[in-house]
Design a protein around this ligand. Structure first.
Ligand code: C2E
Ligand code: MG
Ligand code: MG
Ligand code: MG
Length: 278
């Protein structure tokens, strides 16, 4: 603003965003061929049910190794979302997740796979049909599939969003609200969403061992979920102190480095065989 007032040319203060823009273009171009080059892999992060101390589900998280170099999904997913590449990528993610679900189901591992669905995917025509087709094609029972969707994706067009959730729920799959607490401030919508679970965003979990305001927030979200008949999971749990608080708050499930980082399928099988206890 100062710069504009003093009539300084744009280039003077725009260098930083210019560099960022160039990086984004570079990533967008590299993404274009990444599926053909087989540079993507799905990793799996366990979720633990606290009362039973069992691992019965996991989150699928995409990993991109661009000529061996790891690029974070936090960086490339928004770019893919913006460019539209998320649609073919989303298909790849769904196919990989369903293929893994089928494999584990055939091995009699009772693991539900939670798949992240981006806003563009969720609102795309034919999305529900594509899930229905995959359930049949991969012959995977619906209860072994969960979709993680953000409030923002649903609220983009509330009426349409609710109808998609309703149709998915009718298929028998589970639905979670991801990053809960970071999106819309109105809670009224929650009772209208046919979802099963809330995922407390890790930004609330991060300091909850020491920050009493974060404790109050997490406790309130746990109670809210209970009152609405929803399951509640805390993500980003790294320390025992956080776990203890979450147990005290009757949180149903936890996910985080305390348990395990996201790992490849074969390592996940080893993890399951070893078992965990807290
Ligand atoms: P998200 O869905 O909220 O996923 C949780 C993120 O938290 C993951 O980051 C996970 O690795 C990280 N995490 C798990 N436990 C801990 C912990 O204890 N401490 C910390 N600091 N972090 C933890 P990741 O894998 O980097 O993914 C970031 C975001 O990228 C995801 O947030 C999701 O929005 C998006 N994403 C990742 N994979 C996919 C995908 O397959 N499809 C779509 N549409 N989005 C994806
Ligand atoms: Mg997620
Ligand atoms: Mg999340
Ligand atoms: Mg997140």
């Amino acid at each position: 603003e100062e710069a504009v007032k003093r009539n300084i040319p744009y280039a003077y203060f725009d260098t930083e965003s210019g560099v960022k823009h160039a990086q984004q273009l570079h990533i967008a171009r590299r993404l274009d061929t990444a599926i053909e080059k087989q540079q993507f892999e799905l990793y799996f992060q366990p979720k633990m049910h606290l009362k039973s101390q069992t691992i019965n589900s996991c989150e699928c998280l995409i990993r991109w190794f661009d000529d061996g170099k790891f690029v974070s999904p936090a960086q490339f997913i928004p770019i893919a979302e913006h460019s539209g590449f998320i649609l073919p990528l989303g298909e790849w993610i769904l196919d990989s997740a369903f293929a893994q679900a089928k494999k584990w189901h055939q091995q009699n591992l009772n693991i539900r796979l939670a798949i992240n669905i981006s806003a563009r995917q969720f609102t795309q025509q034919g999305f529900v049909q594509s899930i229905k087709q995959r359930l049949a094609h991969f012959n995977v029972p619906a209860h072994l599939i969960e979709l993680e969707i953000t409030e923002t994706a649903i609220m983009d067009d509330e009426e349409f969003g609710i109808s998609v959730l309703q149709a998915l729920s009718t298929l028998g799959i589970s639905l979670s609200i991801d990053d809960f607490g970071t999106g819309y401030s109105s809670l009224g919508y929650l009772q209208r969403f046919p979802v099963n679970k809330l995922k407390i965003d890790q930004s609330f979990v991060r300091n909850m061992a020491t920050d009493t305001r974060d404790q109050a927030l997490v406790l309130s979200i746990c109670q809210l979920a209970k009152n609405l008949g929803l399951d509640i999971i805390a993500e980003g749990v790294e320390e025992h102190a956080q776990l203890e608080k979450l147990k005290e708050y009757n949180c149903d499930l936890i996910q985080g480095y305390l348990l395990s980082r996201p790992i490849p399928a074969n390592e996940f099988e080893v993890f399951l065989a070893k078992g965990v206890s807290f």
